[in-house]
Design a protein around this ligand. Sequence first.
Ligand code: ADP
Ligand code: MG
Length: 463
Amino acid sequence: MSTDDNTLNNIWQKALKLIKSNIPAASFSAWVKPAKLASIDSNDAVLQVRNEFNRNLIVQNYFQHIQTALQQIQDNNSLRLTVEINADLPAEAYMPVFSSISGSTTASPDNTSQQNPVIQHTNKKYTSYLNPKFTFETFVVGTHNQFCHAAALSISQKPNPSPYNPFFIYGGVGLGKTHLMHAVGNYILKQDSSLKVVYITTEKFLNDLIDSMRKGKMDEFRDRYRKADVLLVDDIQFIEGKESTQQEFFHTFNALRDKGSQIIMTSDRPPSAMKKLEPRLCSRFEGGLIADIQPPTFETRLAIIERKAEELKISISSEVARRIAESFPENIRSLEGALVKLSAYTNLSTNKLEMGMVEKLLNLKQAEENRMSKIVNSVAYHLELDKSDITGPNRQKKLIHARQLCVEIARTFNTSWSEIGTGLGGRGNSSLISLHRNIKDSLKNNDFPYVDVLDKLKEQFQN
Ligand code: ADP
Ligand code: MG
């Protein structure tokens, strides 16, 4: 390292110290700390980050903090900051969880992002069931999840009591709800391992309940959940229509709330859309903060692909990354699955990953047509209609309902509008959006005639 580089690094480390307290710890270590101060003179400072996503994030959120810190250190209020991209910056720095050894000695963020993965089983007689891989550091923030992420982070930093209780996260399949929920749990435990953080799927809660009732061990059951400081309940939509589980959960919920424990739930829909939910539970669920996660934008998908490719140690060209981002429009789980598949291939063979090979390995061309076509077929079957009538122009009421069903199901699974349009006989965006809006309205007003078919097919396609 030249003297110059040393000086720059020193200035940056000083700046980090000033900036650190103004920025949430996870964001600080994920985005700001790995940046590099590339040059500074009496007028300008140039900061480099690794990609466009990171640049936007810094420019939109932390620009002022950074510029002010540098002005302060240089004692020069007219100093102007620019943020530029330098793809050669070391990738590891962007994954603090995996790079604890490389960290610099100054301005290291608090213990949230360092050292080993979270200790799952604390010294207490309970299991958290937290996945140590699901942390804030491995969670890519984009516009689709920004609000949810900010709320989750703020709860993590001050869990008892947080002003957002309960915190209800909803959104489509594979969009990061479970990941975010575990991130909160991991973060809290890392800050204070004496807290009892319990993660549970709704299905397990239900099975546990049945089991405990049968064995006459309800006291143990209640102990397990009602003593939690933080209870994380995943996929709460499965509680719909299950009366005794709802009743038990209602009491668990109240007990936790009364003792100031944080409750976080995820669901594929908001409480108001959970039709077979007792009103008293619905109003409890709505009593805190409700936040949704949207499908990620193209840009965020690219950032996620880049991050996951690094984790999996596969190298793909930006052209291939774009092709993957386009082909897995809105679901992060399938995006990740695709990369895992590619990584299996690269490990087994020395071949370079060419575009044609990637398309073949991931079955990109057929997959896109297949799903939509399956949805249309199933709807046709359940409504006893002809597929060609659904995709055709006839505006008979039942056919419109069938198209609405197709759109609603497809959107639940994050199918892109263009795929849906093609699957429905080449319909354009405005017609699809109006189908979608109309079914949402009828569902809200409880006058959609095929709710049962909708629920059944959503469940079927989930598996
Ligand atoms: P959901 O619970 O909404 O169905 P998950 O939380 O299980 O989705 O996420 C599916 C997969 O995608 C997980 O492996 C998760 O780590 C990954 N994932 C989701 N969102 C992100 C994100 N923002 N950054 C990185 N990985 C993500
Ligand atoms: Mg989930």
